[in-house]
Every structure is written in structure tokens, then in C-alpha cells.
Design a protein around this ligand. Structure first.
Ligand SMILES: *Cc1c(COP(=O)(O)O)cnc(C)c1O
Length: 228
């Protein structure tokens, strides 16, 4: 017998050390599933599609923190700028500049993470570690007052080789430390490490994750064919 969303959540909460926040990844799951998690006490939810997140934002309680975790097209930033709490998936300077512009229009400062490619797989978006260093050292981002860079996000290779997964997460942690010491000394909020999904969040926590993004272990398998 499958366990309920509430039971799954409580199980995950029990496993999170102090200082690690849970982003419940609700993409492809209906509003009722989110409400069950909300009623159990979860307040941070993550979505990967602009339209879907905006529809859910409009429908659901206003004290939910919405995190965007998917590939974000610049022409869609305007739809989420009025309400998004954290964008995990900044993968170009161009996108960061657009978030700055739309945040200013909305009268907000939007927290952002730089997505870094740490996996061996080809298809994942994100900066290489060197591109990330170049962006931070370039300093153009200092001219963007309506975004606040809060840390890094990454996805490990989808493999059973736990040593490889651990190495990849450790490398993101090392990059965060390097950035803090080199370019972000005057930015104490640059401290978030968004890493860890249902199958690898234990490794991510061991490597210093501060935000785990867990979907399947809470809501069950996603039905990509259902209308959400
Ligand atoms: C879907 C998704 C997750 C959640 O994955 P699960 O395996 O369901 O926990 C986490 N991060 C990103 C970027 C995702 O797209």
C-alpha cells in the first residue's frame, strides 16, 4: 500500500538536518496534491514550467513560496517576476539581466542561483564551472540591483555509482566555497547550495546541500500525460 503525501513528507522532514530546506517539487501534480502537502505544513514548492507555476500560484494559498527550477526562457520571465521567491536555474548572463529588468518593473529584488553543470550527461543546462567563475569575476552582475545572487544549483549524473554522485556534489560545494572566498566576500547571502533529488538527496546533504529538491519521494511518480 502506497503511503500518503503527508506521511512521505514527514519521512523526508525527519531526515533533513538543521539548515537544510525542502523544496517540494510539485510539477505535473495537481493543486489538490499541493494542498495536502500545504496542510501538512510544507510551504516551499518548486515547479519547472512557467504557465503551470503561475496557474498554481493564482489558485493556491498566498503564503506559499514558489521556486522555479526548470529551464527559463527570457520571454517568460515577466510572468513569474511578480511572485517567484527563488529562481534556481539561471544559466546565462542574458537571463540574469532579464530577471533584473522584470524584477525592477515589479518593484522587487529576486533571489537567484546560478545553475552549474556538474554531471557527465550532455543534456543538462547550466554553466560549466569555468563559465561560472568567469561570470562572477566579470562583475557585470554587480550592476543588476534587482537580482540577488544567493548561491549555486546543480544536478548530479543519474547513475548508481554513488561515489561519482558524491564527487559531483562535492565539486559544487568546493565551487561555492571558492566563490565565497574570491568574489562574494561582501555578499554573505551567497550561501545556498541547491542539490539533491529523490534518488540522491542523502549524498547531497552529506556534501553540504542547503536546499533539496524532492518530488517523487513525496508525491509519487509523475504522470506526464495527464493534464495538470
Ligand atoms: C523534477 C526535478 C526534481 C525532482 O526530481 P525527483 O526525482 O522527482 O525528486 C529536482 N530538480 C529538478 C531540476 C527537477 O527538474
Amino acid at each position: 500500500m502506497a503511503s500518503s503525501i503527508t506521511e512521505n513528507l514527514q519521512q523526508v522532514w525527519r531526515e533533513l538536518p538543521e539548515g537544510v530546506r525542502l523544496v517540494a517539487i510539485s510539477k505535473f501534480h495537481p493543486g489538490e496534491a499541493i494542498l495536502e502537502a500545504y496542510t501538512a505544513g510544507q510551504r516551499i514548492f518548486g515547479e519547472s514550467k512557467v504557465q503551470e507555476m503561475t496557474r498554481k500560484y493564482e489558485l493556491l494559498p498566498k503564503d506559499i513560496e514558489w521556486h522555479f527550477i526548470g529551464h527559463l526562457q527570457t520571454n517568460k520571465v515577466k510572468y513569474i517576476a511578480p511572485y517567484v521567491s527563488l529562481i534556481h536555474s539561471i544559466d546565462s548572463m542574458h537571463l540574469l539581466a532579464e530577471v533584473n529588468k522584470q524584477a525592477a518593473k515589479a518593484g522587487r529584488v529576486i533571489d537567484c542561483l546560478l545553475q552549474v553543470h556538474i554531471a557527465q550527461e550532455e543534456t543538462k543546462f547550466g554553466f560549466t564551472p569555468d563559465e561560472c567563475r568567469a561570470l562572477l569575476s566579470g562583475g557585470q552582475w554587480r550592476q543588476l540591483p534587482s537580482v540577488r545572487l544567493c548561491g549555486l544549483m546543480g544536478m548530479a549524473t543519474n547513475t548508481d555509482d554513488l561515489y561519482q554522485v558524491q564527487r559531483e556534489f562535492d565539486s559544487l560545494h568546493a565551487l561555492l566555497k571558492e566563490a565565497q572566498a574570491t568574489w562574494m566576500q561582501d555578499a554573505p547571502w551567497f550561501r545556498e547550495l541547491s542539490m539533491g533529488m529523490s534518488h540522491d538527496y542523502h549524498q547531497a546533504i552529506r556534501a553540504g546541500s542547503t536546499l533539496v529538491r524532492i518530488g517523487t519521494s513525496i508525491f509519487g511518480e509523475r504522470d506526464y500525460y495527464a493534464r495538470s
